[in-house]
Design a protein around this ligand. Structure first.
Ligand SMILES: Nc1ncnc2c1ncn2[C@@H]1O[C@H](COP(=O)(O)OP(=O)(O)O)[C@@H](O)[C@H]1O
Ligand SMILES: [Mg+2]
Length: 304
């Protein structure tokens, strides 16, 4: 298999428990700390307000969602949900509709039928303008990063900060510097996205997502097709974001070790159906032969 070289991965990968701001330079630490605290508090408040006596409402859900392209019935009555602050991993072989599911949640594709809730709202009849409001709360990190190619890394991350309209230039450049340090690509402000490896583009995409102080992040195969060290860095970062920012997350992944570490629940897509939806513990006890085969295959590919 072809592996690309990752020239600038830090030698030290921050541990799972390392505070997000541990690697941020002292001169921007205060500004960045404040920015991240603001985000964490907002998410915690959102989590609490979602609880109706004893029963949290899903932050994101699919209810019997179907989607076809011509004769290809990619999703057939698929249901799953994610509670506020939880992480859902979407598992399944290539081509089962994992990316399509994320694109439906972002409103880039429309479901043919069924109910789609995002940020607690039924987005089915939403206009593009209404979806833009949703996309301020829920951001997606694409496999290739989907950065703006013609502007620098720093400007990419500054983009959501400028959109807010309440931050000065000095504050913006401090937050950008700090966010890049936080995700392991310190000092790369002036590079263009084309100068970066796939893994670094994903790191920058995560920094850009964080700059919008989202309530939820959807990641499409964040640790796939990068150097193992970069995969570990990205995996730990996602874990720290979940724990320290109370972010609601959906992670499409093939990496079962990562899923076991991260997921509160998993949904396994197979032949258009949600073949399994439940906790990791329930998944490990399952007798479902299709899921067992998937899990066994994965252990072969990824020896522990
Ligand atoms: N915009 C599209 N138009 C037509 N077919 C699509 C489109 N997007 C995805 N598909 C098809 O839907 C199926 C599921 O794709 P995808 O969600 O990307 O799979 P994966 O689970 O690997 O992410 C594939 O067969 C793919 O070819
Ligand atoms: Mg995909």
């Amino acid at each position: 298999m072809m592996r690309e070289r990752e020239p600038d991965v830090p030698e030290q990968i921050p541990g799972e428990d390392s505070p997000l701001t541990a690697d941020v330079s002292p001169e921007v630490a205060d500004v960045v700390e404040e920015f991240m605290t603001e985000a964490a508090e907002q998410n915690e408040a959102a989590k609490e307000s979602a609880v109706v006596p004893g029963k949290p409402l899903p932050y994101i859900s699919f209810e019997k969602v179907s989607k076809s392209f011509g004769d290809a019935h990619v999703l057939q009555q698929v249901s799953f949900c994610v509670l506020p602050g939880e992480t859902l991993c979407i598992l399944g072989r290539s081509g089962v509709g994992k990316s399509v599911s994320l694109q439906i949640l972002m409103g880039f594709l429309k479901a043919d039928s069924g109910k789609v809730r995002v940020a607690g709202e039924d987005i089915c009849g939403f206009t593009e303008r209404e979806m833009q409001g949703i996309r301020r709360k829920v951001t997606m990190v694409f496999q290739n990063g989907a950065l703006f190619d013609s502007i620098t890394v720093g400007e990419n991350v500054a983009f959501p900060l400028r959109e807010r309209g309440d931050l000065g230039e000095e504050q913006i450049s401090q937050v950008v510097k700090g966010l890049l340090e936080m995700v392991g690509v310190a000092g790369m402000e002036d590079l263009l996205p084309s100068d970066l490896s796939t893994g670094m583009k994903r790191s920058v995409a995560i920094a850009r997502a964080l700059a919008s102080q989202p309530e939820a992040i959807l990641y499409d195969e964040p640790t796939t097709m990068v150097d193992p060290l970069m995969g570990q860095l990205l995996g730990n970062l996602i874990e720290r974001l979940k724990r320290q920012l109370h972010l609601t997350s959906i992670v499409v992944t093939h990496d079962m070790r990562f899923a076991k570490k991260l997921a509160d629940r998993v949904v396994f897509l197979h032949e258009g159906k949600a073949q399994f939806f439940g906790t990791i513990e329930e998944m490990e006890r399952t007798n479902d032969p299709v899921l067992r085969e998937f899990l066994a295959l994965d252990e072969l590919v990824l020896p522990v």
